[in-house]
Write a protein that binds this ligand. Structure first.
Ligand code: P6P
Length: 342
């Protein structure tokens, strides 16, 4: 019998998987499809960014002082619109908005999910045609009904119901987990559907690539500097040097390491003592995906998913990727910390 080569779309997949959960209402499936819809619309603009007047900046800066690119704003508005009209989400925390957004229409007001999102991460790469991405995290609300509240967003990463990212690269992919493994869907522009292309992704136990902004070397703690020296083959004679790959777009670096093996590190520095990357809508979602694919994610001392969020835009240092590489880096950090203390 000829194997069934028919593609499975994101919509079909979410419906199929829903059958595995008798109590499933279909709300999460619809929410994931709402995210997929916004991703397709953003993808269309990203792919022609050089041709229309959405390149360049708005001339403004976001609340974190980062220069805001027009595509940032477009992506933020698109995801907010899709989530608002989808009716499955009662609130949104976005990297582009200082406060969380309450979705208060009669359908969404009592929806059971909230979403934290970085609508377009790595946007400094937009004008130079480097891959960028969207990162999202979905939680069940803690408040019972009516308008969502801050506590609905300030939940540990272990409480995520689903999380994932879209990478707008040589192809556009949506990769996500609901806690039962990781699956990747590639956008087929000819039919306008995300199609299952990478079922049950498992990240290699180790790898030969490390991703870090080595330009900050002098500002890193000793343990990180020693781990970099190890990656360069200087620490142990039988250690083959790794390759340094740093795109400056977390989703792109993370995705490459997820598939091929590797480690991404954004540690604390003298100027950023809490790190740069955001816990709620960058580190928690990618850490959920990493762990579900057999990898690891920590702040050097503690599992990212166990960090208690205290504010929406909280930053954290992060080491994420192949399990044995993260553990090796943690050993260097621990040794470096001991040396500093002694
Ligand atoms: P740096 C992009 O601005 C971002 O948030 C991540 O996507 C990326 O990994 C990191 O910052 C790059 O930061 O300080 O190395 O330019």
């Amino acid at each position: 019998m000829v194997a069934d080569k028919r593609v499975i779309t994101l919509e079909e997949y979410t419906i199929q998987k829903q059958k595995d959960f008798p109590n499933a209402t279909g709300d999460l499936s619809k929410l994931l499809r709402d995210i997929g819809l916004a991703a397709k619309i953003v993808n269309k603009q990203v792919n022609k960014a050089g041709l229309v007047d959405i390149l360049g900046t708005t001339g403004g800066n976001n609340l974190h002082g980062d220069e805001v690119k027009k595509l940032d704003i477009f992506a933020n508005e698109e995801f907010i619109s899709s989530l608002t009209h989808g009716g499955q989400c009662c609130g949104i925390a976005s990297e582009e908005n200082e406060e969380f957004i309450v979705i208060n229409d009669e359908i969404s007001r009592n929806a059971k999910y909230v979403v934290s999102i970085d609508p377009l991460d790595g946007s400094s790469n937009i004008d130079v045609n480097v891959s960028i991405g969207t990162i999202f995290s979905i939680y069940r609300r803690l408040s019972f009904s009516g308008s969502c509240v801050l506590e609905d967003f300030l939940q540990k990463g272990t409480q995520q119901v689903a999380a994932g990212y879209i990478i707008y690269g040589s192809s556009t992919m949506m990769v996500y987990t609901t806690g039962y493994g990781v699956n990747g869907f590639t956008l087929d522009p000819s039919i306008g559907e995300f199609c299952l292309s990478h079922p049950d992704i498992k990240t290699p136990e180790s790898g030969k690539m490390y991703s870090i902004n080595q330009g900050n070397f002098v500002n890193f703690e000793e343990g990180i500097r020693n781990y970099i020296r190890y990656c360069e083959g200087r620490e142990e004679k039988d250690q083959e040097p790794y390759s340094l790959r740093y795109i400056g777009s977390m989703v792109a670096d993370f995705h490459r390491n997820l598939i091929n093996g590797g480690i991404f590190i954004y540690p604390k520095t003298k100027s950023r003592p809490k790190g740069k990357l955001r816990l709620l809508y960058e580190c928690n979602p990618l850490s959920f995906v990493a762990e579900q694919a057999g990898g690891k994610a920590s702040n050097g001392f503690k599992r990212i998913l166990e960090i208690e969020p205290l504010e929406l835009h909280q930053r954290t240092p992060i080491l994420i990727g192949s399990k044995s590489m993260v553990e090796k880096a943690e050993e260097f950090i621990a040794a470096g910390t001991e040396a500093e203390v002694s």
